[in-house]
Design a protein around this ligand. Structure first.
Ligand code: IPM
Ligand code: MN
Length: 370
């Protein structure tokens, strides 16, 4: 049985609660002989700041770099609102993304039939929804310099963020999107604001050239990012793979997430470039939802996005496609059987806890893999 090293960063808020369910799911895979996991646990976000004053330590960065994959829960919370910008919980996430060069952020948005009525859109609009966001994650306005608040000296200040993209940054995330589309419905929609932004002009130019040189077999469509936002709520099933920059991807993937009924459902994978000799890519897996401080510690958070993130890890980092498919199937089956955590429940009397949802998914996964 293969052995893999997972580095776990539960983080803040509901992070530890949902991580516990992912860890038990990994343990189950060991018990039934799919793969063995060696796990180590580190600190990120507010938890790391409280312990040693930084959002992630150098030693935890080294462990993250040495693992086959990193699983992260969530970071942030109101108690760290006044912490200096470069030590804020989010800084831990940014360091992981940047230092590990995790430029391609995959955010699948799939509508489980059993949950179609939990969406704010009509069932007809989102039934059979299965789209994949590919968000550029290590460039653009999140990281561009200068990034500062400048004191103008006369009582006024000026804030600057810089949107900047180089050809290779657009090309590599575009390549990730086209490659994914080939395994799906073979269509990529690229979103930019080329009508306003120079970075958008280059974005469109590079994606178009990449398409004609390497991926002419894939259908490519360009949309303006604002219009794509409108189309996402108008007719979301028109999309297969959507590729866009860091900021647009942040905004639009939250919209896509909500189409599925709850942010609590959506996993994500952040991938680096494949190693030229081994083909392995650095990777971090995390739910799209945040730390949800309002419900932290209550045992009611939805663990599905975290367990779904483990499933993505099985698929994209470990090549355990069958186990990944079955983990996703187990989630779908448990939902179809009527289990609901509070965020997706319509009838509050029939709500299960984080632990109960996790246990039900594991029981179903055990059955599917037997
Ligand atoms: C996300 C989050 C982060 C982001 C926050 C926590 C900094 O919203 O992963 O989408 O903006 O990238
Ligand atoms: Mn976000």
């Amino acid at each position: 049985m293969p052995t893999y090293k997972l580095f776990l960063l539960p983080g803040d808020g509901i992070g530890p609660e949902v991580m516990a369910e992912a860890l038990k799911t990994a343990d189950l895979l060991g018990q039934i002989g799919v793969a063995k996991f060696e796990t180590e646990m580190g600190l990120v976000g507010g938890a790391a700041y409280d312990s040693h004053g930084k959002a992630i330590s150098d030693s935890d960065m080294r462990l993250a770099g040495a693992a086959d994959a990193v699983l992260l829960g969530a970071v942030g919370g109101p108690q760290w609102d006044s912490v200096a910008f470069d030590r804020r919980p989010e800084a831990g996430l940014f360091r992981l993304r940047k230092d590990m060069d995790l430029f391609a952020n995959l955010r699948p948005a799939v509508c489980y039939p059993a949950l179609a009525d939990a969406s704010s859109l009509k069932r007809e609009a989102i039934e059979s929804l299965d789209l994949m966001f590919v968000r550029e994650l290590t460039g653009g306005i999140y990281f561009g310099e200068p990034k500062a608040i400048i004191d103008l000296g006369d009582g006024r200040k000026r804030a600057v963020d810089t949107q900047v993209y180089d050809t290779h940054e657009i090309e590599r995330v575009g390549r990730a999107a086209f490659e994914l589309a080939r395994k799906r419905k073979n269509k990529v929609t690229s979103a930019d604001k080329h009508n306003v932004m120079k970075s958008g002009v280059l974005w469109r130019e590079v994606i178009t050239a990449l398409h004609s040189h390497e991926f002419a077999d894939v259908t490519l469509e360009h949309q303006l990012a604002d219009s794509l936002g409108m189309q996402l709520v108008r007719r979301p099933t028109q999309f297969d793979v959507i590729v866009t920059d860091n900021l647009f991807g942040d905004l639009l993937s939250d919209v896509a997430a909500m189409l599925t009924g709850s942010l609590g459902m959506l996993p994500s994978a952040s991938l680096g470039a494949p190693d030229p000799t081994t083909g392995k890519r650095r990777a971090l897996y995390e739910p799209v939802h945040g730390s949800a401080p309002d419900i932290a510690g209550k045992g009611i958070a939805n663990p599905i996005a975290m367990i779904g993130s483990l499933a993505l890890c099985l698929r994209y980092s470990l090549g355990l496609d069958e186990a990944a498919d079955k983990a996703e199937q187990a989630i779908a089956n448990v939902l179809a059987a009527g289990l609901r955590t509070a965020d997706i429940a319509r009838d509050v009397s029939a709500v299960v806890s984080t632990a109960e949802m996790g246990a039900a998914i594991r029981a179903e996964l055990r059955r599917l893999l037997a």
